[in-house]
Write a protein that binds this ligand. Sequence first.
Ligand code: 13P
Ligand code: SF4
Length: 325
Amino acid sequence: MTDQVLDITEIGHSTGTEIPLNLEEEILRLKKELNAVILAHYYQESEIQDIADFVGDSLELSRRAASTDADVIVFAGVHFMAETAKILSPMKEVLLPDLNAGCSLAEGCPASLFKQFREQHPNHVAITYINCSAEVKALSDIICTSSNAEKIIRQIPEDKPILFAPDRNLGKYLVKKTGRNMLLWQGTCIVHETFSDKKILHLKTQYPTAKLIAHPECEEVVLNQADFIGSTSGLLRYVQNSPDKEFIVATETGIIHQMQKHCPDKVFIPAPPEESCACNQCPYMKLNTMEKLYLCMQHRSPEIVLSEDLIQRAYLPIKRMMEMS
Ligand code: 13P
Ligand code: SF4
């Protein structure tokens, strides 16, 4: 077969590899050849979601990563998610299309400072949001995601003080929900902190029957207006089960692809950010493209490599999360 090709330099790479025009076919061929599974987060480009074997939220993706029998996990998401997959499946090769696909929450919580934070509060139990580095996981007692955080916090004895890192908005929301007085790390998500409560209010007057649904990483002023708050999967389930027809969606816009697929007769309006920009798209998630997905499978790189010691230490708090959720 003679494939039509694009010069890879056109997409900014200098490896000399040519990009086939029939990318989808080639990705599927490589998937078979490598015995790979493609896991994608809901914030990925829609074409990546469509080619993935599984699309899910952080918790579901972790479960899939732990249970797959594939030899290679191709992780279409961000770095901390691929690291979690490696920690859960250390014998497997884990590939991430772009190593720079980070997360503002993980970057805002360096392990050295987190260690000091823990040392300053030795009696506290550290519950850490999964959006953090493997080093920070290793320094934590229990990991949580937005879909199991409340359940996990409710299992901590009342007299045990809690540290929660790194997302202060999720932390504040959980304090309100559980009544626990947690000490919060002051990190934020650059996507969820940009939604404008004033513009959302205005949208609500334009669409008076629309329900506002929001991810708990949003600021309190936005969450206070929300009809439903949940993880990405929670939001998706809500729109599927709701009798309502219109929704203002206060999370990264990638999720709308699945919402439209599952509910073609419903209307989804992305919540507007403060500035007139595309700040409601995660710049890290969007670093992954179909071309990079193909290239990482073709070159089996970039690969997530972690030391055995780090894997063992970071595994324990993730295991606790799995047992408690
Ligand atoms: P979910 O676990 O809800 O998918 O959230 C992941 C994330 O990065 C949200 O910004
Ligand atoms: Fe991190 Fe926010 Fe992007 Fe999620 S949307 S990966 S929390 S920067």
